[in-house]
Ligand binder design. Structure first.
Ligand code: ATP
Length: 244
């Protein structure tokens, strides 16, 4: 089932009388990464939750492949990779049992999965595969949470601060894995407070302020991307480099 592109059309979200988002137009296409940047409360998580079908826009429309109903279709949702603040892991199960459970759940819905062993290797957890998650550090749990995304072979990947708690090696592995998903054709929408994450991954960075788009910075042309990103993100004194 084709889920792409993800599209926001004049999307607004109000909580009571306060608008958390207003007038958002955005398309995330196959094989591209869009980064969301903005201060606390700018609306990044709200955008991701709307894209995941967990929030309903108060105005405008959010669609997968042009159809708003796909956001709530259980079979379509099998093509969604979602990673938010919680790790969605069972602490008493091992890393491999957590992934095996996901594979069984997906199979029961007729959905294919990627090899859990390979996913654990891609996040550098293969040596901890049989240990219960309750013994994991925060960063290890974050790595496993990302391995869950990989097992789902997602077309559409929504990541809220994916590098939280990761050390340098974890950041490199997750960055490489996101590049891998994109090469396979996935569309990625991610939020981060870290300019280097955007510099390493994003084809386009959308800067939010008080729920509105303040600026958009496209990677192309690559030559001046770092400088334009630094300007837009207000990091001109420490130029944006990206993860090695
Ligand atoms: P952060 O960088 O802190 O994660 P963010 O950019 O992700 O912030 P959001 O979590 O999307 O910001 O919040 C945007 C605005 O919407 C904030 O003003 C927040 O208080 C408000 N908001 C979010 N969820 C709710 C809710 N369930 N009820 C009321 N207000 C909410």
């Amino acid at each position: 089932m084709d889920l792409l592109p993800l599209r926001f059309e004049d999307v607004g979200r109000a909580y009571g009388r306060t608008w958390a988002l207003r007038g958002i137009d955005l398309e995330v296409r196959r094989g591209t990464v869009v980064g969301l940047w903005g201060p606390n409360g700018a609306g990044k998580t709200t955008m991701l939750r709307i894209a995941a079908g967990l929030e309903v826009p108060s105005h405008g429309c959010c669609t997968w492949a042009g159809d708003p109903r796909r956001l709530v279709d259980p079979r379509a949702r099998g093509g969604l990779g979602w990673m938010a603040h919680g790790t969605h892991l069972y602490p008493w199960l091992s890393a491999e049992e957590n992934l095996a459970l996901l594979v069984r759940l997906r199979r029961s819905l007729g959905l294919a999965s990627a090899d859990p062993r390979a996913a654990l290797e891609r996040v550098g957890l293969e040596k901890r595969a049989t240990e219960p998650v309750r013994t994991f550090s925060r960063g290890m749990a974050q790595r496993l949470s990302f391995a869950r995304v990989l097992v789902g072979r997602p077309q559409l990947v929504l990541l809220d601060e994916p590098m939280t708690a990761l050390d340098a090696s974890g950041r490199r592995l997750v960055t490489a894995a996101i590049h891998g998903l994109v090469e396979e054709g996935a569309a990625v929408l991610l939020s981060s407070h870290d300019p280097e994450v955007h510099a390493s991954l994003a084809d386009r960075v959308v800067c939010l302020e008080q729920g509105r788009v303040r600026a958009r910075v496209d990677r192309a042309p690559e030559a001046s991307f770092a400088a334009r990103l630094s300007d837009a993100l207000g990091t001109a004194e420490a130029p944006v480099r990206g993860l090695g």
